[in-house]
Design a binder for this molecule. Structure first.
Ligand code: ZN
Length: 131
């Protein structure tokens, strides 16, 4: 079963979408299987990281900007090559396990939509498979 969600990403940030993924699992009725979270955009990604201390996501944004700064050598005419680099570094999907009707995540883990070229109206998909 495929679920589509919309997201208004007003700033460069990690947006916690764990609630939506859990909601898709419940709606699907699948109790044992996998949920694939997929981002169809080229300047935004999907990742799993800490959900307890918000400073972790702030540090991830800061660290990615330090690791992938804009460079005068970049040729892409849209001018957002750094956002494309960060997207490839983070990745465009996450696969999660469903068991006993629940997502199997670590205590401190959350699923994040990562925006690198705001502001944008975005969407993401959750594909739930199993029995
Ligand atoms: Zn571009």
């Amino acid at each position: 079963m495929l679920f589509e969600y919309n997201l208004s990403a007003q700033r460069e940030d990690f947006y916690n979408i764990t609630f939506q993924v859990r909601e898709a699992v419940v709606k699907s009725g699948i109790t044992s299987g996998i949920a694939v979270v997929f981002n169809p955009h080229t300047t935004a990604g999907i990742t799993i990281n800490e959900n307890a201390d918000p400073d972790v996501c702030n540090d991830l944004v800061h660290g990615l900007n330090k690791a992938f700064p804009d460079r005068p050598e970049f040729r892409h005419g849209e001018g957002n090559s750094a956002a494309h680099l960060k997207t490839s570094a983070v990745g465009s999907s996450a696969t999660t396990i469903i068991e006993n009707g629940k997502l199997v995540l670590g205590t401190w883990q959350g699923i994040y939509f990562t925006e690198f070229d705001p502001p944008r109206n975005r969407k993401f998909y959750v594909k739930v498979m199993g029995e």
